[in-house]
Design a protein around this ligand. Structure first.
Ligand code: C5P
Ligand code: ZN
Length: 455
C-alpha cells in the first residue's frame, strides 16, 4: 500500500508511543465510523496484551473532559474523535495521548502524537477514522491486516464514497482487504439489503438512487417488479433477494430502474451501479459491509455501542443481539417520523429554512437522522434545521441542506464557532452543533447569514 511519507512517519511515531503504553484509555465516536475504529483499536490493543478501558461518546463535551481528567489517565487514545477539540484533549492532562482521526483540525496536541490526513495535506473524505486507525494497527502488527474490512465499514458509515466508489487511501484499503481476503468487492445495483431483504423491500428502502414511485413506496415497488419478467419467489416459496437473481434478471431490473428514472426526469445511469463489499468474517446480513455499517450506526444511536463492537470482534451472541438493537432503532425512528408527520406544529416554515422543533419529542441522538429522512419530503427541498434537547442547557442542532443548494453547512458552522461558544461541525450538506439554549436564535441568524453569503 502507498502511504504518503509524512503520514507514515506520524503512524510510526504513534506506534512507538503506543508500544510504551501498558494501560490504555480509549475514547471513540458513537457513529458507525467511530464504532469501527473502536473495534479495530480494541482488537489491536488486546493482541498486544494491553489493559484497556474504552468509552464511546457522541461528542467531546466539558463534562467528558472533567470526567477523564478525574480519572488521572496516563495513556489516552482517541479514535475518530479529538482533532477538532485538541485544546479539550490537552485539558484532560493525560501523560501521553494518541489521536487517530480524520475530522477538521482545531488547535494543537501538546503531549503525544496526532495522526490526521489534514496534517499532511490530504482531504478528509479520502480516509475515515477507522481507516486512520487501521493504518496505525497494521503498522503496529502485520496480523492486524485482518481488521481491514472494518476500515471499509467505517468509510461507508461516513459516506466517503462518491457514487458508491471509494477514493484515496480508502480505495487502497479496499484493495488490501481484497488481497488479504477479509472482503470481496463486487459491482452491482445500488440497492439496500442485497443479501437480506426481499427485492421489493430492497427497492422500497433504497432512496439513493431515487426510483420515482418505487422508493419509499411498498405497493409501488411490488407493482414495478410485477411488470418485469422476473420470478420473485424461490422454488420453496420464499422471497428472492437481490443476490439470488440470475445475471440476466439483474440486467433486466437495472435497465427497468434506469428507464423508470429517465421517464420521470431523473438522469444519471451511473448512480444506479456501484461497488458492493462482502465481508468474509461475517455471516448473513452482516456480511454486507453496508448493512453492518447501518447496524453499527443504529447501536450508537441506541446507546448500545458495546453490542456493535462485540459483534465486530466476532462474538456470535452479540451479532444476534445486534439484530434486536437494529429492530428497536427502526421502531424508534418510525415512531419519531410519524410524530412529526402527525404533528404539523413541530415544523415551522421560516423565510430562510424550515425549523423542526423536536424539544421534548425527539432525542438528541435521533434528531440528525430524522432531519435527513424528512428533508426531502416534509421540508420540500428547503434547508431543514432540527433542534432537540441536550444536556447542560444546550440544544442539539442538526442542519440538512438539499443536494441542489450550493451551501456548505460544515464550513458555515465552523465559521460560526470562531466567535460563538458552540461545539459543532459537519460536511457540505449535513452539519450539527451543540448550542446554548438562550443563544439558539443568535445561532440561527448567523447560520442564515453564512449560508447566504456562500450561495
Ligand atoms: O448530528 P448530526 O447527524 O446532525 O451531524 C451531522 C454531521 O455534523 C455529522 O457528520 C457530524 O460529524 C457533524 N457534527 C459535528 N459536531 C457536532 C455535531 C455534528 O462535527 N457537534
Ligand atoms: Zn469519522
Amino acid at each position: 500500500m502507498e502511504i504518503p511519507e509524512e503520514l507514515d512517519e506520524l503512524l510510526e511515531d504513534a506506534v512507538e508511543k503506543f508500544n510504551e503504553m501498558d494501560k490504555v484509555r480509549i475514547v471513540s465516536h458513537y457513529d458507525a465510523d467511530g464504532i469501527s475504529s473502536a473495534s479495530i483499536i480494541l482488537s489491536a490493543a488486546l493482541r498486544e496484551g494491553k489493559k484497556v478501558h474504552l468509552s464511546i461518546v457522541n461528542q467531546i463535551r466539558p463534562e467528558l473532559v472533567e470526567k477523564l481528567k478525574d480519572e488521572g489517565i496516563e495513556n489516552l487514545v482517541f479514535t475518530d474523535l479529538g482533532s477538532g477539540h485538541l485544546s479539550s484533549v490537552n485539558e484532560i492532562n493525560a501523560e501521553e495521548a494518541i489521536v487517530l482521526d480524520h475530522h477538521h483540525l482545531s488547535g494543537e496536541l501538546e503531549r503525544g502524537v496526532h495522526v490526521n490526513p489534514h496534517l499532511v495535506g490530504m482531504e478528509e473524505d479520502t480516509v475515515s477514522g477507522a481507516g486512520v486507525t487501521y493504518l496505525f494497527a497494521r503498522k503496529l502488527d502485520e496480523r492486524n491486516k485482518d481488521l481491514s474490512g472494518l476500515a471499509v465499514v467505517g468509510a461507508i458509515g461516513d459516506i466517503q464514497e462518491e457514487n458508491w466508489r471509494m477514493k484515496g487511501l480508502n480505495e487502497e484499503i479496499v484493495c488490501e482487504a481484497e488481497e488479504v481476503g477479509t472482503l470481496e468487492r463486487g459491482e452491482g445495483l445500488r440497492l439496500f439489503g442485497r443479501l437480506s431483504r426481499p427485492i421489493h423491500k430492497s427497492l422500497q428502502y433504497t432512496t439513493r438512487p431515487y426510483i420515482p414511485g418505487v422508493s419509499e413506496n411498498e405497493s409501488g415497488a411490488v407493482q414495478f417488479l410485477s411488470s418485469l419478467d422476473i420470478d420473485l419467489k424461490k422454488e420453496d416459496g420464499s422471497w428472492k433477494k437481490l443476490v439470488d437473481l440470475e445475471k440476466e434478471e439483474k440486467k433486466e431490473l437495472a435497465s427497468a430502474i434506469i428507464k423508470k428514472r429517465v421517464r420521470n426526469g431523473v438522469d444519471g445511469a451511473e448512480e444506479v451501479f456501484g461497488n458492493t463489499y462482502t465481508l468474509s468474517c461475517f455471516d448473513g446480513r452482516l456480511e454486507d459491509a453496508r448493512e453492518l455499517s447501518t447496524s453499527l450506526n443504529a447501536c450508537g444511536r441506541m446507546s448500545q455501542a458495546a453490542v456493535g463492537i462485540l459483534a465486530c470482534l466476532g462474538d456470535e451472541e452479540a451479532s444476534e443481539e445486534l439484530e434486536k438493537v437494529v429492530k428497536g432503532y427502526k421502531r424508534t425512528l418510525g415512531r419519531l417520523i410519524s410524530t412529526v408527520r402527525n404533528n404539523g406544529g413541530m415544523l415551522e416554515e421560516r423565510d430562510e429554512f424550515n425549523l423542526l422543533d423536536g424539544v421534548g419529542e425527539i432525542p438528541e441522538n435521533f434528531i440528525g437522522t430524522v432531519c435527513s429522512i424528512l428533508q426531502s419530503d416534509v421540508s420540500e427541498g428547503e434547508i431543514l434545521v432540527g433542534i432537540a434537547e441536550s444536556e447542560n442547557s444546550r440544544v442539539k442542532v442538526s442542519v440538512r441542506v438539499p443536494d441542489d443548494h450550493e451551501a456548505n453547512v460544515g464550513e458555515a458552522i465552523e465559521e460560526i464557532s470562531e466567535d460563538m461558544d458552540i461545539e459543532g461541525g459537519g460536511h457540505e450538506k449535513a452539519g450539527g452543533a451543540y448550542v446554548h439554549e438562550d443563544e439558539k436564535d443568535k445561532f440561527f441568524e448567523r447560520l442564515t447569514k453564512s449560508l447566504e453569503t456562500e450561495t
